[in-house]
Design a binder for this molecule. Structure first.
Ligand code: NAG
Ligand code: NAG
Ligand code: NAG
Ligand code: NAG
Ligand code: NAG
Ligand code: NAG
Length: 238
């Protein structure tokens, strides 16, 4: 079995000063959105502190989850801050079409190369949201001859405001320099937690705000809204 490491998050120890724009309240949290522009389904697991079963985003479909707070060990204060340790969320994504035909889809997913859309919502520190794209588990044999969506049109990650720097992984580039390739790269970005960040697979798009408006209007193929796979079980991070 392949165990994935969520190692790419370096939570900066930033203390709030009056000069910095603090995080906005959790009620205003944006969302992590994936738009599947591929002409095939992709498989994903949205992983916090327990293992989950894989789900599918159909061709031209999408997935959305409002930023989740992950308290690894600690307590939530009345004012929305946390005493203790925070962790990140990793939405693991694979284009491996053999997953659907496997006897054990979860095991087949875990054995596949993945691209990870990672974020941490941190109510303690400005600007409140950290995010990245990681291909660290995109080259299981360490060959670095192509990350999972490299041959299918690449990907782009954009925020709903220009405060959120974007990540572009162009197609037909064996490694994506804007994403984590090695665990000790430094590719984590941040912006305020009331922005949404939108990952488009297999296409480079220019209008993330329009895409989100379309999603919120309900005329899209949103397959999940902040809903974890129903058979989530309690387990260690993988
Ligand atoms: C959680 O934090 C408390 C206080 O620091 C510590 O005593 C406890 O061992 C921690 N638990 C785990 C599971 O790490
Ligand atoms: C939030 O509450 C905690 C615990 O009461 C306190 O230590 C912290 O200073 C408060 N933070 C803010 C920004 O009000
Ligand atoms: C798939 O295998 C895992 C162990 O790797 C097991 O926990 C799970 O129950 C299996 N799922 C099915 C549907 O057999
Ligand atoms: C594409 O890959 C080459 C090396 O393989 C690299 O020099 C170049 O910067 C990459 N282009 C982009 C846009 O990342
Ligand atoms: C990562 O890069 C940012 C600027 O892009 C820099 O401020 C930060 O110190 C770097 N972190 C490490 C661990 O190198
Ligand atoms: C986020 O909140 C700040 C402070 O209230 C506000 O200025 C900004 O317009 C908000 N951004 C979004 C995308 O709603």
């Amino acid at each position: 079995m392949q165990f994935f490491k969520i190692v790419t998050f370096l939570l900066p120890a930033i203390s709030l000063s009056s000069a910095q724009a603090g995080p906005v309240p959790a009620a205003q949290n944006g969302a992590a959105i994936i738009i599947n522009e591929c002409n095939f389904p992709v498989y994903y697991k949205s992983v916090a502190s327990y293992s989950v079963l894989p789900n599918t985003i159909p061709a031209k479909g999408s997935y959305k989850e409002i930023y989740r707070l992950r308290i690894v060990n600690g307590t939530l204060n009345d004012n929305g801050t946390v005493n203790g340790y925070l962790g990140g969320i990793s939405i693991k994504i694979s284009p491996n079409q053999n997953i659907a035909n496997s006897v054990n889809e979860s095991d087949a997913f875990d054995a596949s190369t993945i691209t990870q859309f990672e974020y941490t919502y941190n109510p303690n520190a400005a600007p409140g949201l950290w995010y990245d794209i990681s291909n660290v588990n995109g080259y299981l044999d360490k060959s670095y001859t192509g990350w999972p969506f490299e041959e299918f049109g690449g990907l782009v990650l954009k925020g709903t405001s220009s405060d959120c720097a974007s990540v572009t992984c162009p197609p037909n580039n064996a490694t994506c320099s804007a994403a984590y390739t090695l665990w000790d790269d430094n590719r984590t970005l941040s912006c305020r937690n009331n922005n949404s960040i939108i990952l488009t697979l297999c296409s480079i798009v220019s209008d993330p705000r329009g895409l989100e408006t379309g999603l919120l209007a309900g005329n899209s193929g949103v397959v999940a809204n902040n809903v974890l796979p129903p058979k989530a079980t309690s387990c260690l991070v993988r």
